[in-house]
Design a protein around this ligand. Structure first.
Ligand SMILES: Cc1cc2nc3c(=O)[nH]c(=O)nc-3n(C[C@H](O)[C@H](O)[C@H](O)COP(=O)(O)OP(=O)(O)OC[C@H]3O[C@@H](n4cnc5c(N)ncnc54)[C@H](O)[C@@H]3O)c2cc1C
Length: 455
C-alpha cells in the first residue's frame, strides 16, 4: 500500500460505516490527505459490535448477525489488502439450505454449475418437483443473462418460471428475504436475479457462506483505523458534520468545534442525513448566513422505505450445546415460531451462543422484546431440543435496510457531479445491482474514495 503523498488533495469522508471506511482506505491509497468524521463513538455504522453486559461476564456481540458470501469480492479483497486473513476471520461453509426438519440442500465441492446440480440431486427431503423447478428457474435466468423485466417482483418471476409451492417455500422465499430483506411479493426480481447470478450461478466458492468468526468491529473497522493511523490520516469519532458550505478554500464542513475546508468530500451517511447536508450546501449558496442543518431540504432521490432486521441472542454460559453453525428454522407464526435462521457460536468460556435472525416485517413485530425472546426459546426447544437459555438479548434494527422493490430508484454515485463538484455519495443505498449489503456499501465507498482522491 502506498503512503499518503505529501500535498495530496484534502479529502473528508463523513460517516465511518463500511462505505465510509472503504472510501477512506481508497482515498488514502491514492495519496489523499484524509480526515474521517464519525458522529458516534465507534466506527462500523450498522455493522458494528456492542458489549452485552447481562450474564456472568460481558460478551461482545454484533448489533445484528451478519452473513457474507464468497461473491463479496470487493469486501474480501479490501480486508486482505488491509492485512486481514479471511480464512481466520470467517468460518467458510459451503452453501447450505439445511432446515431443522431434515430438508437440506448442500452445494457440492465442484465447479459451477455442477456444485448446485449435484446439490439439488443429492438434496434431502426436497420433493423432486422442487428440484426440477429450481433447475428450470436457474436455466431460465441464465438464458436471459440474469436480467429480468425491471417491473417484476420475485413472486411474479416465480410465476413466470412455473415454480411450484415447495420450491417457493423451501428455497426461493427464504433466499429472497434473507438476501434482499424484502418479502418475495414486493421484492425486485432484477436485484434477486443479480444475487442469484453471483452466488448460485457463479463459481462454487462464490456461493459459500462466510460467517464472521470475530466481532464485526474487528473486521473492516478494526483493520481500517490502524491503517489510516499508519498513513497519517485523521479520524474524528464523536464528531457529527452539521452542514456544508462552498467557500473559496473549498468545500467547508461545519462541526461542533469549527469549520474546515477540503478539496473533496465523500458523504457516507444514511440518505436522510446526506439529503440534509446537501440541502445545507444549497441553502448556504443562496444565503451564506445559514449554515445550520436539521431542516428537511427538498433533495429528490433520498427517500426510502425501510425494513427491519431483528436478532435474538440466546446464551448458555459455560455450557456447550451442539448448535448447528447455520440452519434454517421452520417459521410458523401461528405456533409462535418467528425465527428464520439460527447461527450457532462457541464461546471462549466453553459456552454456547445462538443468534436467531428474523428479517423484514412480520407478525413478530407485534410482540414485546421479552415475549419475542421467549418465543425463540420455545422455537429452539421444539425444533432442536435445546434447553432454555440462561440469558437472552433482543436487538431490533428498524432501519436495517431499504425495501428492495421494483419501484426503487437509487441515486447514482456521481449524482452531484455536475451540480456540486467535489462532492461524492457512498453508502449501501447508492445505485448498485446489489441490495443493501456490506458489499454494496464497500463497492460504493471504493468508487467514491477513488474519485475524491482525484480532486
Ligand atoms: C441487523 C442487520 C443485519 C444485517 N445483515 C447483513 C448481512 O447479513 N449481510 C450484509 O451484507 N449486510 C447486512 N446488513 C446490511 C449492512 O449492515 C449495511 O448494508 C451496511 O452496514 C451499510 O453501511 P453504510 O456505510 O452504507 O451505512 P451505515 O452503516 O449506516 O453508516 C453510516 C455512518 O454515518 C454516520 N453518520 C451519520 N450522520 C453523520 C454525521 N452527520 N456526521 C458524521 N457521521 C455521521 C453513522 O453514525 C454511521 O456510522 C445488515 C444490517 C443490519 C442492521
Amino acid at each position: 500500500m502506498s503512503a499518503v503523498a505529501a500535498g495530496g488533495p484534502r479529502v473528508a469522508v463523513v460517516g465511518a460505516g463500511w462505505a465510509g471506511l472503504a472510501a477512506a482506505c481508497e482515498a488514502v491509497r491514492r495519496g489523499a490527505a484524509l480526515t474521517l468524521y464519525e458522529a458516534s463513538a465507534q466506527a462500523g455504522g450498522r455493522a458494528r459490535s456492542l458489549v452485552w453486559r447481562q450474564g456472568p461476564r460481558p460478551l461482545t456481540v454484533d448489533n445484528g448477525q451478519h452473513l457474507l458470501v464468497g461473491a463479496y469480492r470487493e469486501t474480501l479483497a479490501l480486508i486482505e489488502c488491509l492485512g486481514g486473513r479471511p480464512e481466520a476471520l470467517f468460518t467458510r461453509l459451503p452453501l447450505s439450505l439445511a432446515r431443522t426438519d431434515g430438508v437440506s440442500l448442500r452445494a457440492a465441492r465442484l465447479p459451477a454449475p455442477w456444485h448446485l446440480a449435484l446439490g439439488l440431486l443429492g438434496a434431502r427431503g426436497l420433493p423432486w418437483r422442487a428440484r426440477f423447478d429450481s433447475a428450470r428457474l436457474l436455466a431460465s435466468l441464465r438464458r436471459s443473462g440474469w436480467v429480468t423485466d425491471p417491473g417484476l417482483t420475485v413472486e411474479q418471476l416465480l410465476d413466470r418460471c412455473r415454480q411450484g409451492e415447495p420450491a417457493r417455500e423451501l428455497l426461493w422465499r427464504p433466499l429472497c428475504v434473507s438476501a434482499l430483506n424484502t418479502r418475495s411479493f414486493e421484492a425486485s426480481a432484477r436485484v434477486f436475479a443479480a444475487v442469484v447470478r453471483d452466488t448460485l450461478g457463479a463459481r462454487a466458492a462464490d456461493s459459500d457462506f462466510l460467517v464472521p468468526a470475530v466481532p464485526l468491529s474487528e473486521l473492516l473497522p478494526g483493520l481500517t483505523l490502524p491503517f489510516l493511523a499508519r498513513h497519517g490520516a485523521e479520524v474524528r469519532l464523536r464528531t457529527a458534520v452539521r452542514a456544508l458550505a462552498r467557500t473559496p478554500r473549498g468545500l467547508q464542513l461545519a462541526t461542533a468545534d469549527g469549520y474546515r475546508a477540503f478539496d473533496a468530500v465523500v458523504l457516507a451517511v444514511p440518505p436522510p442525513r446526506a439529503a440534509a447536508l446537501i440541502g445545507s450546501l444549497t441553502r448556504e449558496a443562496r444565503d451564506p448566513t445559514r449554515t445550520r442543518s436539521g431542516e428537511r431540504p427538498a433533495c429528490p432521490g433520498f427517500s426510502f422505505d425501510y425494513r427491519p432486521i431483528t436478532t435474538v441472542y440466546l446464551r448458555w454460559p459455560g455450557r456447550p450445546h451442539r448448535l448447528p453453525a447455520l440452519v434454517m428454522l421452520p417459521t410458523e407464526p401461528r405456533r409462535g415460531w418467528h425465527g428464520q435462521w439460527l447461527f450457532g457460536h462457541r464461546l471462549a468460556d466453553g459456552g454456547s451462543l445462538a443468534a436467531v435472525v428474523i428479517s423484514a416485517d412480520g407478525p413478530h413485530r407485534r410482540l414485546g422484546r421479552s415475549e419475542l425472546a421467549q418465543a425463540c426459546v420455545a422455537q429452539l426447544r421444539a425444533n432442536l431440543g435445546l434447553p432454555d437459555a440462561e440469558a437472552t438479548l433482543v436487538l431490533d434494527e428498524k432501519r436495517a435496510t431499504f425495501a428492495c422493490t421494483p419501484e426503487l430508484r437509487r441515486p447514482p454515485l456521481d449524482m452531484l457531479a455536475g451540480r456540486e463538484p467535489g462532492l461524492w455519495l457512498a453508502g449501501d443505498y447508492v445505485d448498485s445491482e446489489y441490495p443493501a449489503t456490506l458489499e454494496a456499501a464497500v463497492r460504493s465507498g471504493l468508487a467514491a474514495g477513488a474519485r475524491a482522491a482525484a480532486a
